[in-house]
Ligand binder design. Sequence first.
Ligand SMILES: *Cc1c(COP(=O)(O)O)cnc(C)c1O
Length: 405
Amino acid sequence: MLKLDFHPAGRHFLQIPGPSPVPDRILNAISRPTIDHRGPEFGALGLQVLEGIKKIFKTEQPVVIYPASGTGAWEAALSNTLSPGDTVLMYETGHFATLWKKMAEALGLKPEFLGLPGIEGWRYGVQADLIEERLRKDAHHLIKAVCVVHNETSTGVTSDIAAVRKAIDAAGHPALLLVDTISGLASAEYKHDDWGVDVTVSGSQKGLMLPPGISFNAISEKAMAASKSAKLPRAFWDWTDIVEMNKSGYWPYTPNTNLLYGLYEALDMILGEGLDNVFARHQRLAEACRAAVNTWGLEIQCADPAVYSPVLTGVMTPAGFDADLIRKVIYENFNMSLGTGLGKMKGRMFRIGHLGEASDLTLMATLAGCEMGLKLAGVPLAGSGVLAAMDALSAQKVPSLRQAA
Ligand SMILES: *Cc1c(COP(=O)(O)O)cnc(C)c1O
């Protein structure tokens, strides 16, 4: 029998920017009995989730669903479209962009890493003009793909993907556009078709509110055509058989049946609320969170207000305060997990997730936990962020005037 020695009262506050808390509706859906993935009942489920997920990506093109974490879908995007030795232009927004670049190297591609210099570079979004400038110099079109991260989860910066598309077109360059929106999808506005993205990569455990375990590739016609001649070795990740079998709602291998029940439920929740309402809710919570951080007198990692993330807020800790020690104080005293600083930002920041099923009161509890923990850790605060966030949230609420009949 597994023995756990840490059983605090109440539900754990999982306020990392993914996995995000899984709503009860989804947990209940997942708990249904597993069915035959070749039987008639499954085909209907398969067709419905494959159709529904397109609405979230805003695409009419095929979306492939893998029983894998987001990292698998990264590999699928690269290995289906590129050949050994291909040059790819990748943009350094933060830790996740860096990991994707490492993967490209491991697969035998030649990534070129573009970005603003130093640690400061991790505080800004993709600079589309740098991409345009680089592509203009590539007269022989050696660059086969441009890879960018839409919502950089390590920093809390959301880049302008439409601007990247424009930059590629302005340079008259045929490179494919591959975008990671693993943490942006269903939380921040995203338009696979309108923005002319060739492959969009996403995952289940962030805005979609599912447990980890499934991930996605949305595929343009151009990317599908590129896959016919792409030479990187691939078998499990190969789109061809999956897309063919998906036409009848099935997979060439055993898909993640129970997570697909969860996906069906998540789609119903998100489309029921309305995508635009979901995005507005995230923007509103993010704004209140930033009001708290500003009032504490702490610095927000994202240095460009135009690209603040609606998904998470990166909070930099003052010199001399290890962000991971503050996270530990908060975990041990208040049963809440916050995101750690990743890569270059290790120990220098923590990340507050406000994505998925986040609401006014889950945000308020989160900020209260942060404020109490910061005080316990001895961090000097300029004011009460909790009060500032309450003001920000309640200022926009309209009292109900409805009378009892
Ligand atoms: C979470 C995340 C990943 C990694 O996904 P896994 O599911 O952990 O493999 C990659 N990119 C971004 C932007 C992410 O937020």
